[in-house]
Structure formats: C-alpha cells, structure tokens
Design a protein. Structure first.
Length: 213
C-alpha cells in the first residue's frame, strides 16, 4: 500500500502551484475542461475520467467509491499545474533518449520493461488487444509485432511496443514518449508514468480474463 505521508510534501507543492493558476490558464495549458459550476477540472487518463477540485487540487475518480492510486493522482496533479501550451514534436523516443533519462533508465529497464516483456510472452494477445482498447488505446503502425498508443494526459501520449519471442530471442517491450514530453512533465514523473501505464494495462488484462471465464 502506498504511504500517503511520503507524498504529502509533493502534493502540497503541486496544489499550491495549481492554485496560483487561473482556470483559464489551466484549460489552455493542459487541454482539460474546467466546470465553473462545480469548480472541477476534468482530465482523461488511460481511458478513465478523473476530476480535480480547483483550487484545492483534490484528485478523485469519476466514480467516487474508487480510490485513486497516490502516484497516479500526483502525476495528474503535476500535469495540471505544470503543462505548457507547446505542440508535440511528432517524434517518438525512448525514456533513455529524453534529457536526463539515462539516469533513471536502468531501473526502468530492470523492473517495468522486464515485467512488461515477461507479461507479453505469456499473455493471450487477443485479450491484450481488448484491454488496450479499453484504456482508450489505438493500434499504431510500427516495426513492432504489437504497437498501441494510449494517452496518459492530453499532451502526454504514450506508445507501447511489443515484440514476439522465438527460440533465439525472448519477447521484449518498449515504452516511448513524444520528444517534447519533458515540456509537460518532469523527467521523474515520466518514469512514474511508465509504471502506471504498465500496471493499469496488466490490471485491465486480468479483468478481461476474469470476465471471459
């Protein structure tokens, strides 16, 4: 279970930053809709709708009974408080190719990408396809055996790539971002996004398997 106290300072900083922005600035920078009647910003992430109170910055799922994972809530809040009105570069890059990405890439490769690759090797590809579509994803042309684009936030598209294994090579995976993603999120938040996307995809896949029993 995630320790809320460990995130307290980060939440406070991001909420203070959000409160200094006007609703119009938030809408323009983040491409998220603000509802002035109820003082909420609506943000779509991985096929789910979240509502963020303004100016207090409380992140809730569209279904109030569900509790938002702390890391997901914090990165969404950071996005709303830091997003910039800058276009996508239109060029996909790995995390390692981002500024300072090399510093954190080792852990990302050892844990998140390794887990994704092992998952892909054993999963049912049809159910994975359905799960990715339910995350709001769409297939994308690439040299990978399976490639899907999902959106973590309006200005943070994510490309998931998977390669089948064979007798000579293990299955593998990669997570790519637009080259300008660091204009929207801190590089450490981008690493957190990788984990959130992987975790959410595998959870949705497990739900599909359970429903099909």
């Amino acid at each position: 279970m995630q320790n809320e106290m460990a995130y307290q300072a980060a939440f406070t900083q991001s909420r203070n930053k959000l409160a200094r922005l006007t609703p119009e600035e938030i809408e323009h920078r983040s491409l998220c809709r603000y509802d002035a009647r109820i003082n909420l910003v609506e943000i779509k992430s991985l096929g789910e709708i979240f509502r963020v109170s303004y100016p207090t910055g409380i992140v809730e799922w569209d279904t109030p009974a569900k509790k938002v994972p702390l890391d997901w809530a914090l990165v969404l809040l950071n996005y709303l408080s830091s997003a910039q009105d800058k276009p996508l570069a239109g060029q996909w890059v790995t995390y390692r190719e981002l500024p300072s990405g090399q510093v954190f890439y080792g852990n990302l490769e050892r844990y998140t990408l390794k887990e994704l690759s092992e998952f892909y090797a054993r999963c049912d590809k049809h159910n994975l396809w359905v799960a990715l579509e339910k995350l709001g994803g769409a297939p994308s042309e690439s040299h990978a055996d399976l490639s899907f684009q999902v959106d973590f936030a309006p200005r943070v598209p994510v490309l998931l790539q998977f390669w089948d294994g064979d007798e000579d090579m293990l299955a593998s995976s990669q997570i790519l971002f637009d080259q300008n993603v660091v204009e929207q999120l801190h590089i450490e938040d981008v690493a957190v996004v990788c984990g959130i996307v992987a975790r959410r995809m595998m959870k949705q896949y497990a739900d599909e398997i359970e429903q099909n029993k």
